[in-house]
Design a protein around this ligand. Structure first.
Ligand code: PMP
Length: 458
Protein backbone atom coordinates (compact mmCIF):
# COMPACT_ATOMS: atom_id res chain seq x y z
CA UNK A 1 0.00 0.00 0.00
CA UNK A 2 1.17 3.50 -0.76
CA UNK A 3 0.38 5.83 2.12
CA UNK A 4 1.93 8.27 4.58
CA UNK A 5 1.94 7.66 8.33
CA UNK A 6 0.85 11.21 9.15
CA UNK A 7 0.12 14.43 7.31
CA UNK A 8 3.56 15.88 8.04
CA UNK A 9 5.21 13.20 5.93
CA UNK A 10 3.62 14.87 2.89
CA UNK A 11 5.64 18.07 3.43
CA UNK A 12 8.04 19.02 0.63
CA UNK A 13 8.63 17.77 -2.92
CA UNK A 14 6.40 20.51 -4.30
CA UNK A 15 6.04 20.83 -8.08
CA UNK A 16 7.70 23.40 -10.27
CA UNK A 17 5.49 24.95 -12.95
CA UNK A 18 6.42 27.14 -15.93
CA UNK A 19 4.96 30.66 -15.99
CA UNK A 20 3.60 30.85 -19.52
CA UNK A 21 1.70 34.12 -19.85
CA UNK A 22 3.18 36.60 -17.40
CA UNK A 23 6.71 36.18 -18.74
CA UNK A 24 5.70 36.06 -22.42
CA UNK A 25 8.30 37.83 -24.52
CA UNK A 26 10.95 37.49 -21.84
CA UNK A 27 14.07 35.52 -22.72
CA UNK A 28 14.92 32.39 -20.73
CA UNK A 29 12.73 29.97 -18.79
CA UNK A 30 10.84 31.15 -15.72
CA UNK A 31 9.54 28.53 -13.29
CA UNK A 32 7.43 28.82 -10.15
CA UNK A 33 8.13 26.59 -7.15
CA UNK A 34 4.54 26.26 -6.00
CA UNK A 35 4.76 25.87 -2.25
CA UNK A 36 1.03 25.77 -1.55
CA UNK A 37 1.19 22.07 -2.42
CA UNK A 38 2.49 21.53 1.12
CA UNK A 39 -0.24 20.18 3.45
CA UNK A 40 -0.51 23.47 5.38
CA UNK A 41 -0.59 25.30 2.02
CA UNK A 42 2.70 27.12 2.51
CA UNK A 43 6.46 26.82 2.37
CA UNK A 44 6.56 27.32 6.13
CA UNK A 45 5.49 23.71 6.78
CA UNK A 46 9.04 22.70 5.95
CA UNK A 47 10.75 24.75 8.62
CA UNK A 48 7.99 24.29 11.22
CA UNK A 49 8.54 20.54 11.16
CA UNK A 50 12.32 20.97 11.20
CA UNK A 51 12.25 23.36 14.20
CA UNK A 52 10.21 20.83 16.18
CA UNK A 53 12.30 17.82 15.13
CA UNK A 54 15.49 19.67 16.07
CA UNK A 55 14.03 20.77 19.44
CA UNK A 56 13.05 17.16 20.18
CA UNK A 57 16.49 15.90 19.20
CA UNK A 58 18.13 18.50 21.44
CA UNK A 59 15.86 17.42 24.34
CA UNK A 60 14.31 20.92 24.68
CA UNK A 61 10.83 19.76 23.73
CA UNK A 62 9.39 16.92 25.78
CA UNK A 63 6.14 14.91 25.38
CA UNK A 64 3.06 16.96 26.29
CA UNK A 65 4.94 20.23 25.80
CA UNK A 66 3.59 23.54 24.47
CA UNK A 67 4.78 25.30 21.32
CA UNK A 68 4.59 29.13 21.46
CA UNK A 69 5.39 31.22 18.40
CA UNK A 70 4.88 34.68 16.93
CA UNK A 71 3.58 33.94 13.44
CA UNK A 72 1.81 35.61 10.55
CA UNK A 73 -0.14 32.44 10.13
CA UNK A 74 1.76 30.13 7.84
CA UNK A 75 4.39 29.02 10.34
CA UNK A 76 1.53 28.57 12.78
CA UNK A 77 -0.22 26.23 10.36
CA UNK A 78 2.94 24.14 9.91
CA UNK A 79 3.51 24.03 13.66
CA UNK A 80 -0.13 23.15 14.33
CA UNK A 81 -0.01 20.22 11.87
CA UNK A 82 3.25 19.05 13.40
CA UNK A 83 1.77 19.41 16.89
CA UNK A 84 -1.24 17.29 15.91
CA UNK A 85 0.99 14.58 14.46
CA UNK A 86 3.24 14.58 17.52
CA UNK A 87 0.85 15.48 20.38
CA UNK A 88 1.78 19.03 21.49
CA UNK A 89 -0.28 22.12 22.47
CA UNK A 90 0.12 25.30 20.34
CA UNK A 91 -0.27 28.98 21.30
CA UNK A 92 0.36 31.62 18.64
CA UNK A 93 0.71 35.40 18.85
CA UNK A 94 -0.14 37.32 15.71
CA UNK A 95 -0.16 40.96 14.53
CA UNK A 96 -3.64 42.44 14.06
CA UNK A 97 -2.97 43.42 10.42
CA UNK A 98 -3.09 39.75 9.45
CA UNK A 99 -6.20 38.50 7.70
CA UNK A 100 -9.06 37.07 9.76
CA UNK A 101 -8.89 33.96 7.58
CA UNK A 102 -5.42 33.19 8.85
CA UNK A 103 -6.62 33.42 12.47
CA UNK A 104 -9.67 31.25 11.73
CA UNK A 105 -7.56 28.64 9.95
CA UNK A 106 -5.18 28.32 12.92
CA UNK A 107 -8.06 27.98 15.35
CA UNK A 108 -9.56 25.35 13.02
CA UNK A 109 -6.50 23.16 13.51
CA UNK A 110 -6.69 23.44 17.26
CA UNK A 111 -4.26 26.28 18.02
CA UNK A 112 -4.86 29.07 20.55
CA UNK A 113 -4.32 32.49 18.90
CA UNK A 114 -3.56 35.79 20.66
CA UNK A 115 -3.92 38.89 18.45
CA UNK A 116 -1.48 41.76 19.20
CA UNK A 117 -1.20 45.34 17.85
CA UNK A 118 0.82 45.77 14.61
CA UNK A 119 1.94 49.36 15.02
CA UNK A 120 4.15 49.01 18.10
CA UNK A 121 7.93 48.60 18.23
CA UNK A 122 9.22 45.00 18.35
CA UNK A 123 10.50 45.54 21.92
CA UNK A 124 7.17 46.99 23.11
CA UNK A 125 5.64 44.56 25.67
CA UNK A 126 2.44 44.46 23.54
CA UNK A 127 4.21 43.36 20.33
CA UNK A 128 3.65 39.82 19.14
CA UNK A 129 7.34 39.09 19.61
CA UNK A 130 7.26 40.21 23.27
CA UNK A 131 4.01 38.46 24.14
CA UNK A 132 5.35 35.16 22.75
CA UNK A 133 8.53 35.50 24.83
CA UNK A 134 6.55 36.27 27.99
CA UNK A 135 4.27 33.25 27.57
CA UNK A 136 7.30 31.05 27.02
CA UNK A 137 8.72 32.18 30.37
CA UNK A 138 5.42 31.64 32.18
CA UNK A 139 4.31 28.26 30.79
CA UNK A 140 6.31 25.26 32.03
CA UNK A 141 7.60 22.75 29.46
CA UNK A 142 7.04 25.24 26.64
CA UNK A 143 9.31 26.14 23.75
CA UNK A 144 9.49 29.33 21.72
CA UNK A 145 11.04 28.17 18.43
CA UNK A 146 11.55 31.80 17.28
CA UNK A 147 11.52 31.33 13.53
CA UNK A 148 13.45 34.58 13.04
CA UNK A 149 16.64 33.45 14.70
CA UNK A 150 16.29 29.65 14.83
CA UNK A 151 18.90 28.09 12.46
CA UNK A 152 16.59 25.09 11.85
CA UNK A 153 14.46 27.44 9.71
CA UNK A 154 17.07 28.13 7.00
CA UNK A 155 18.42 24.60 7.44
CA UNK A 156 15.08 23.07 6.40
CA UNK A 157 15.37 24.90 3.09
CA UNK A 158 19.09 24.12 2.79
CA UNK A 159 18.35 20.42 3.20
CA UNK A 160 15.18 20.20 1.10
CA UNK A 161 14.02 23.21 -0.95
CA UNK A 162 17.48 23.85 -2.41
CA UNK A 163 18.18 20.22 -3.39
CA UNK A 164 14.64 19.84 -4.82
CA UNK A 165 15.10 22.88 -7.08
CA UNK A 166 18.57 21.74 -8.11
CA UNK A 167 17.21 18.30 -9.07
CA UNK A 168 14.07 19.62 -10.74
CA UNK A 169 16.10 21.99 -12.95
CA UNK A 170 18.80 19.38 -13.53
CA UNK A 171 21.30 21.89 -12.21
CA UNK A 172 20.35 24.42 -14.89
CA UNK A 173 18.94 27.07 -12.52
CA UNK A 174 20.75 30.43 -12.95
CA UNK A 175 18.52 32.77 -10.90
CA UNK A 176 16.60 32.25 -7.66
CA UNK A 177 13.99 34.78 -6.50
CA UNK A 178 12.18 34.71 -3.14
CA UNK A 179 10.53 37.09 -0.70
CA UNK A 180 12.47 37.68 2.50
CA UNK A 181 10.68 37.63 5.84
CA UNK A 182 12.51 35.53 8.39
CA UNK A 183 14.94 34.83 5.53
CA UNK A 184 14.73 31.03 5.81
CA UNK A 185 13.25 30.22 2.41
CA UNK A 186 15.57 32.62 0.61
CA UNK A 187 18.83 32.04 2.45
CA UNK A 188 18.74 28.29 3.18
CA UNK A 189 17.84 27.58 -0.45
CA UNK A 190 20.30 30.18 -1.80
CA UNK A 191 23.16 28.79 0.28
CA UNK A 192 22.64 25.30 -1.13
CA UNK A 193 22.22 26.50 -4.72
CA UNK A 194 25.26 28.79 -4.57
CA UNK A 195 27.34 25.91 -3.23
CA UNK A 196 26.40 23.95 -6.38
CA UNK A 197 26.86 26.94 -8.70
CA UNK A 198 28.67 29.98 -7.28
CA UNK A 199 27.62 32.03 -10.32
CA UNK A 200 23.91 31.63 -9.49
CA UNK A 201 22.23 35.02 -8.92
CA UNK A 202 19.77 35.49 -6.05
CA UNK A 203 17.21 38.29 -5.84
CA UNK A 204 15.47 38.99 -2.53
CA UNK A 205 12.07 40.65 -2.66
CA UNK A 206 11.45 43.33 -0.04
CA UNK A 207 8.56 45.73 0.69
CA UNK A 208 8.42 49.49 1.10
CA UNK A 209 8.38 49.98 4.86
CA UNK A 210 11.01 47.28 5.52
CA UNK A 211 14.70 47.62 6.38
CA UNK A 212 16.33 44.91 4.24
CA UNK A 213 17.19 46.63 0.95
CA UNK A 214 18.84 49.65 2.52
CA UNK A 215 20.71 47.45 5.00
CA UNK A 216 22.08 45.29 2.17
CA UNK A 217 23.15 48.33 0.14
CA UNK A 218 24.55 50.56 2.88
CA UNK A 219 25.01 48.45 6.02
CA UNK A 220 22.71 50.91 7.80
CA UNK A 221 19.72 49.75 9.83
CA UNK A 222 17.56 52.79 9.14
CA UNK A 223 14.51 53.11 11.38
CA UNK A 224 13.21 55.79 9.05
CA UNK A 225 12.65 53.11 6.42
CA UNK A 226 10.09 51.48 8.72
CA UNK A 227 6.42 52.22 8.25
CA UNK A 228 3.29 50.10 8.21
CA UNK A 229 2.56 48.27 4.97
CA UNK A 230 -0.21 45.93 3.97
CA UNK A 231 1.56 43.00 2.32
CA UNK A 232 1.77 40.02 4.65
CA UNK A 233 4.61 37.66 5.45
CA UNK A 234 7.76 39.41 4.28
CA UNK A 235 9.76 42.57 4.81
CA UNK A 236 10.76 43.23 8.42
CA UNK A 237 11.45 45.94 10.97
CA UNK A 238 14.17 43.76 12.50
CA UNK A 239 17.20 41.86 11.16
CA UNK A 240 16.43 38.16 11.76
CA UNK A 241 19.45 35.88 12.14
CA UNK A 242 18.06 33.72 9.33
CA UNK A 243 18.67 36.54 6.86
CA UNK A 244 22.18 35.82 5.61
CA UNK A 245 22.91 38.91 3.50
CA UNK A 246 26.00 37.22 2.01
CA UNK A 247 23.85 34.85 -0.08
CA UNK A 248 21.38 37.51 -1.30
CA UNK A 249 22.91 39.36 -4.25
CA UNK A 250 20.36 42.17 -4.36
CA UNK A 251 16.96 43.28 -3.17
CA UNK A 252 14.06 44.65 -5.18
CA UNK A 253 11.28 46.47 -3.34
CA UNK A 254 7.71 45.88 -4.48
CA UNK A 255 4.75 48.06 -3.50
CA UNK A 256 1.61 46.63 -1.89
CA UNK A 257 -0.34 47.51 -5.02
CA UNK A 258 2.02 45.94 -7.56
CA UNK A 259 2.16 42.76 -5.47
CA UNK A 260 -1.63 42.62 -5.14
CA UNK A 261 -2.27 43.10 -8.87
CA UNK A 262 0.27 40.45 -9.85
CA UNK A 263 -1.28 38.03 -7.33
CA UNK A 264 -4.57 38.32 -9.21
CA UNK A 265 -2.81 37.85 -12.57
CA UNK A 266 -1.18 34.63 -11.30
CA UNK A 267 -4.63 33.23 -10.50
CA UNK A 268 -6.32 34.36 -13.70
CA UNK A 269 -3.55 33.92 -16.23
CA UNK A 270 -1.56 31.00 -14.85
CA UNK A 271 -4.22 29.21 -12.78
CA UNK A 272 -2.07 29.53 -9.68
CA UNK A 273 -4.35 30.62 -6.83
CA UNK A 274 -1.58 32.03 -4.70
CA UNK A 275 -1.17 34.46 -1.78
CA UNK A 276 -0.14 38.10 -1.88
CA UNK A 277 3.59 37.63 -1.35
CA UNK A 278 3.69 35.33 -4.41
CA UNK A 279 2.45 38.25 -6.49
CA UNK A 280 5.14 40.47 -4.99
CA UNK A 281 7.83 37.87 -5.76
CA UNK A 282 6.68 37.52 -9.37
CA UNK A 283 6.35 41.29 -9.88
CA UNK A 284 9.92 41.83 -8.64
CA UNK A 285 11.17 38.88 -10.70
CA UNK A 286 9.53 40.28 -13.85
CA UNK A 287 11.13 43.67 -13.26
CA UNK A 288 14.52 41.96 -12.96
CA UNK A 289 13.94 39.57 -15.89
CA UNK A 290 12.96 42.33 -18.33
CA UNK A 291 16.40 43.89 -18.00
CA UNK A 292 18.64 40.94 -17.24
CA UNK A 293 17.41 37.50 -18.26
CA UNK A 294 19.19 35.83 -21.21
CA UNK A 295 18.09 33.04 -23.57
CA UNK A 296 19.62 30.12 -21.66
CA UNK A 297 18.82 31.42 -18.18
CA UNK A 298 16.53 29.48 -15.87
CA UNK A 299 14.85 31.54 -13.17
CA UNK A 300 13.02 29.90 -10.27
CA UNK A 301 10.60 31.97 -8.18
CA UNK A 302 9.38 30.62 -4.84
CA UNK A 303 5.63 31.18 -4.38
CA UNK A 304 5.12 30.93 -0.60
CA UNK A 305 1.41 30.31 0.01
CA UNK A 306 -2.19 29.84 -1.15
CA UNK A 307 -4.91 32.33 -2.10
CA UNK A 308 -7.61 31.16 0.34
CA UNK A 309 -5.97 33.21 3.06
CA UNK A 310 -6.51 36.43 1.09
CA UNK A 311 -10.13 36.12 -0.06
CA UNK A 312 -11.18 39.13 2.00
CA UNK A 313 -8.30 41.26 0.71
CA UNK A 314 -6.47 40.83 -2.59
CA UNK A 315 -9.30 38.71 -4.05
CA UNK A 316 -12.04 41.10 -2.91
CA UNK A 317 -12.76 43.85 -5.47
CA UNK A 318 -14.22 46.24 -2.90
CA UNK A 319 -11.22 45.93 -0.63
CA UNK A 320 -8.93 46.48 -3.64
CA UNK A 321 -10.88 49.61 -4.64
CA UNK A 322 -10.89 50.96 -1.09
CA UNK A 323 -7.10 50.76 -1.12
CA UNK A 324 -6.76 52.36 -4.54
CA UNK A 325 -5.38 49.15 -6.03
CA UNK A 326 -7.93 48.74 -8.82
CA UNK A 327 -7.88 50.99 -11.83
CA UNK A 328 -11.45 52.13 -11.23
CA UNK A 329 -10.12 54.46 -8.56
CA UNK A 330 -11.11 58.10 -8.91
CA UNK A 331 -7.71 59.68 -8.64
CA UNK A 332 -4.96 58.38 -10.87
CA UNK A 333 -2.11 60.60 -9.78
CA UNK A 334 0.59 59.63 -7.34
CA UNK A 335 3.04 61.12 -4.86
CA UNK A 336 5.53 61.31 -7.72
CA UNK A 337 3.10 63.47 -9.75
CA UNK A 338 2.67 65.88 -6.82
CA UNK A 339 6.43 66.21 -6.50
CA UNK A 340 6.98 66.60 -10.24
CA UNK A 341 4.37 69.37 -10.40
CA UNK A 342 6.64 71.41 -8.13
CA UNK A 343 9.20 71.49 -10.94
CA UNK A 344 12.13 71.01 -8.61
CA UNK A 345 11.18 74.17 -6.73
CA UNK A 346 10.56 72.47 -3.42
CA UNK A 347 13.24 72.14 -0.83
CA UNK A 348 12.48 70.32 2.38
CA UNK A 349 12.58 72.47 5.54
CA UNK A 350 13.81 70.56 8.56
CA UNK A 351 14.80 71.48 12.08
CA UNK A 352 17.60 69.82 14.04
CA UNK A 353 16.64 67.96 17.19
CA UNK A 354 19.04 70.15 19.19
CA UNK A 355 17.27 73.37 18.09
CA UNK A 356 15.03 75.29 20.49
CA UNK A 357 11.24 75.20 20.14
CA UNK A 358 11.28 78.97 19.47
CA UNK A 359 13.58 78.43 16.46
CA UNK A 360 11.14 75.93 14.95
CA UNK A 361 8.27 78.39 15.42
CA UNK A 362 10.28 81.14 13.75
CA UNK A 363 11.12 78.89 10.83
CA UNK A 364 7.51 77.79 10.38
CA UNK A 365 6.37 81.45 10.40
CA UNK A 366 9.05 82.50 7.95
CA UNK A 367 8.30 79.67 5.50
CA UNK A 368 4.54 79.73 6.05
CA UNK A 369 4.38 76.02 6.88
CA UNK A 370 2.44 74.12 9.53
CA UNK A 371 4.58 71.06 10.09
CA UNK A 372 8.24 70.30 9.96
CA UNK A 373 10.34 67.13 10.25
CA UNK A 374 12.98 66.95 13.00
CA UNK A 375 16.35 65.53 12.01
CA UNK A 376 19.43 64.22 13.74
CA UNK A 377 22.16 64.24 11.14
CA UNK A 378 20.72 62.41 8.15
CA UNK A 379 18.00 60.70 10.14
CA UNK A 380 14.40 61.76 10.57
CA UNK A 381 13.80 61.38 14.29
CA UNK A 382 10.58 63.31 14.92
CA UNK A 383 8.16 65.99 13.76
CA UNK A 384 6.45 69.10 15.08
CA UNK A 385 3.33 70.92 13.93
CA UNK A 386 2.15 74.44 14.67
CA UNK A 387 -1.12 73.23 16.23
CA UNK A 388 0.71 70.82 18.53
CA UNK A 389 3.24 73.47 19.58
CA UNK A 390 0.52 76.03 20.20
CA UNK A 391 -1.38 73.61 22.42
CA UNK A 392 1.73 72.71 24.42
CA UNK A 393 2.99 76.29 24.80
CA UNK A 394 -0.42 77.42 26.04
CA UNK A 395 -0.03 74.87 28.82
CA UNK A 396 3.60 75.71 29.55
CA UNK A 397 5.03 78.97 28.09
CA UNK A 398 8.55 78.02 29.23
CA UNK A 399 8.55 75.30 26.58
CA UNK A 400 9.67 77.86 23.99
CA UNK A 401 13.17 77.80 25.45
CA UNK A 402 13.45 74.01 25.56
CA UNK A 403 14.85 71.75 22.89
CA UNK A 404 12.67 70.26 20.17
CA UNK A 405 13.45 66.73 21.38
CA UNK A 406 11.34 67.36 24.48
CA UNK A 407 8.16 68.15 22.58
CA UNK A 408 8.40 66.43 19.23
CA UNK A 409 5.95 63.84 17.92
CA UNK A 410 6.96 60.64 16.14
CA UNK A 411 8.70 60.99 12.74
CA UNK A 412 6.58 61.37 9.64
CA UNK A 413 6.05 58.15 7.72
CA UNK A 414 7.85 57.45 4.49
CA UNK A 415 5.66 56.30 1.60
CA UNK A 416 6.57 54.94 -1.83
CA UNK A 417 6.78 57.45 -4.73
CA UNK A 418 4.05 55.61 -6.64
CA UNK A 419 1.55 55.75 -3.76
CA UNK A 420 -1.74 56.92 -5.22
CA UNK A 421 -3.80 59.80 -3.81
CA UNK A 422 -6.13 57.25 -2.25
CA UNK A 423 -3.22 55.64 -0.42
CA UNK A 424 -1.76 59.03 0.55
CA UNK A 425 -5.06 60.15 1.99
CA UNK A 426 -5.35 56.95 4.01
CA UNK A 427 -1.99 57.80 5.62
CA UNK A 428 -2.87 61.44 6.28
CA UNK A 429 -5.14 61.85 9.25
CA UNK A 430 -5.37 63.79 12.51
CA UNK A 431 -2.19 62.20 13.82
CA UNK A 432 -0.14 62.17 10.61
CA UNK A 433 -0.34 65.59 9.06
CA UNK A 434 2.30 64.94 6.42
CA UNK A 435 4.25 62.07 4.90
CA UNK A 436 7.73 61.92 3.40
CA UNK A 437 8.77 60.51 0.04
CA UNK A 438 12.31 59.60 -0.98
CA UNK A 439 12.64 59.97 -4.74
CA UNK A 440 14.87 57.97 -7.10
CA UNK A 441 17.74 60.45 -6.44
CA UNK A 442 17.42 59.92 -2.67
CA UNK A 443 16.03 63.45 -2.24
CA UNK A 444 13.33 63.64 0.45
CA UNK A 445 10.05 65.53 -0.18
CA UNK A 446 7.14 66.31 2.09
CA UNK A 447 3.49 65.83 1.14
CA UNK A 448 0.79 67.38 3.30
CA UNK A 449 -2.98 67.03 3.41
CA UNK A 450 -3.12 70.37 1.63
CA UNK A 451 -1.03 68.93 -1.27
CA UNK A 452 -3.37 65.95 -1.63
CA UNK A 453 -6.48 68.17 -1.55
CA UNK A 454 -4.94 70.41 -4.18
CA UNK A 455 -4.14 67.39 -6.41
CA UNK A 456 -7.69 66.01 -6.02
CA UNK A 457 -9.29 69.31 -6.95
CA UNK A 458 -7.04 70.08 -9.91
N1 PMP B 1 5.23 35.03 2.31
C1 PMP B 1 4.41 34.56 3.25
C2 PMP B 1 2.95 34.54 2.98
C3 PMP B 1 4.93 34.13 4.49
O1 PMP B 1 4.11 33.67 5.44
C4 PMP B 1 6.34 34.19 4.70
C5 PMP B 1 6.88 33.78 6.03
N2 PMP B 1 6.99 34.81 6.96
C6 PMP B 1 7.14 34.70 3.68
C7 PMP B 1 6.55 35.09 2.49
C8 PMP B 1 8.66 34.85 3.82
O2 PMP B 1 9.31 33.64 4.01
P1 PMP B 1 10.59 33.53 4.98
O3 PMP B 1 10.10 33.72 6.39
O4 PMP B 1 11.13 32.17 4.72
O5 PMP B 1 11.54 34.61 4.61
Amino acid sequence: MNYYNSIVETIGNTPMVKLNKIFKGIQGTVLAKVEYFNPGNSTKDRMALKMIEDAEAAGILKPGGTIIEGTSGNTGMGLALTAIAKGYRCIFTMADKQSQEKINILRAVGAEVIVCPTNVAPDDPRSYYSVARKLNKEIPNSIYPNQYDNPSNAKAHYLATGPEIWKQTEGKITHYVATVGTGGSMCGTAKFLKEQNPKLVTVGIDTYGSVFKKYKETGIFDENEIYPYLTEGFGEDILPKNVDFSVIDMFIKVTDKDGALMTRRLSREEGMFVGWSSGSAVHGALEYAKENLKKDDVMVILLPDHGTRYLAKVYNDNWMKDHGFLETRMFASTARDIIQARNGKDSLCTVANKAKVSEAILLMNKEGIDQIPVTEGEHFVGSVSSSMLLEKIMEDPELKHKSITEVMDKPMQFVAPDSTLDVLSSFLNKENKAVLVRDENQKVHIITRHDVLKAISS
